[in-house]
Design a protein around this ligand. Structure first.
Ligand code: BDP
Length: 333
């Protein structure tokens, strides 16, 4: 082998590479490369809005802050990602308030079934003083909530039969997100709740480890759960907001000018997400129906709601200080 040629070339090549690496270090010394967590796949409303957020921030800060979004939960499960963002190991993320409850008890109010009357009411609540109160509670746990995304209304779906009344839930093994309130919710309907990470649901449905789960149309569709669970029953039992949250350490490191750029970009992202969301709900519903899913409306939602009363009572007993917050939310028109 003409070894001499190779060895003669390695010296200048190594030198070149070293110089390049040093230049790279120098160039990035004043720039922040932000890593952001997202559970959803490419093309999902949240993913598109997060991408717009990242682009706007890079552009307006002229590269001083370069956010990059990692889709499909490749950076970990949601509860882990929340912890990592709190510690500053991740810089930002789009988090659902469900798995936030065990960390920020105040946000558990948002996981009480049938709290909101509609998605629009939820937006009005979160965009007003009550939203600021939740943002303060999150800031106490090192998460800076800059804007609120929607995630529609969640309903039950399963592999066995339509759910028309509470007793139809009896005996069903249903996956829920990581929050004890959801276990209580399924228990109150006579089902068996299994908290499990989102990424495990498809396989668990397929192998019969669970009979069903609950989510909104876009997630039901994009996760392919609809390929296995052929009954989607519109209980609309949970309307849970999501935040675009920044790690406190990453936020504190910004100049005032950059803070304002990042905040505006997050607000713009929420506006975009909400618009895309409304469109996606219809598209996803159509896709799953075409694929043979039987979607049934639940005529008497109040029967489900009535079963939730003991959950409210126990919650208020445990958190008497949050009772007025529940009332304020319910009274928001
Ligand atoms: C989706 C939420 C996402 C949750 C997922 C779940 O947008 O944050 O991780 O549901 O059920 O609707 O885990």
């Amino acid at each position: 082998m003409p070894q001499s040629l190779f060895s003669r070339m390695t010296v200048p090549l190594t030198a070149l590479l070293t110089a390049g690496a040093l230049m790279g270090v120098a160039a990035s010394a004043s720039a922040e490369d932000w890593r952001g967590w997202n559970v959803h796949p490419d093309g999902y409303p949240n993913s598109l809005a997060l991408k717009s957020f990242a682009d706007e921030v890079s552009d307006k800060t002229q590269g001083r802050v370069n956010p990059r979004v990692y889709n499909n939960a490749v950076l970990g499960d949601q509860p882990d990602a929340i912890d990592q963002t709190r510690s500053g190991a991740l810089d930002f993320g789009n988090f659902n308030m469900g798995p936030m409850g065990p960390i920020v008890p105040e946000t558990d109010v948002l996981s009480l079934p049938f709290l909101f009357d509609s998605v629009d009411q939820m937006y009005r609540v979160m965009d007003g003083d009550i939203g600021k109160r939740f943002a303060d509670a999150l800031a106490d746990k090192d998460l800076i909530a800059l804007s609120w995304f929607g995630s529609g209304a969640r309903s039950f779906y399963d592999t066995d039969h339509p759910i028309e009344e509470p007793d139809d839930v009896k005996g069903l093994k249903l996956r829920v997100m990581n929050n004890d309130l959801y276990v209580q919710m399924v228990d109150a309907l006579g089902g068996n709740a299994t908290p499990m990470s989102y990424g495990e649901v498809f396989q668990s449905l397929k192998t019969g480890v669970i009979d069903g789960a609950e989510n909104n149309f876009p997630s039901f569709e994009s996760s392919n759960h609809y390929e296995v669970a052929k009954y989607f029953s519109e209980t609309d039992h949970l309307i849970i907001p999501e935040c675009l949250c920044i790690a406190k350490t990453s936020w504190d490191a910004l100049s005032d000018e950059d803070k304002s750029i990042v905040r505006t970009a997050a607000e713009n992202a929420a506006t975009e997400q909400r618009k895309l969301w409304a469109e996606q709900v219809e598209k996803s519903r159509e896709i799953v129906e075409k694929a043979g899913v039987k979607v049934n409306q639940v005529k008497d939602k109040s029967a489900f709601q009535a079963r939730m009363e003991p959950i409210y009572q126990a919650f208020i007993k445990e958190h008497p200080d949050l009772e007025s917050l529940i009332d304020d939310i319910r009274n928001t028109q």
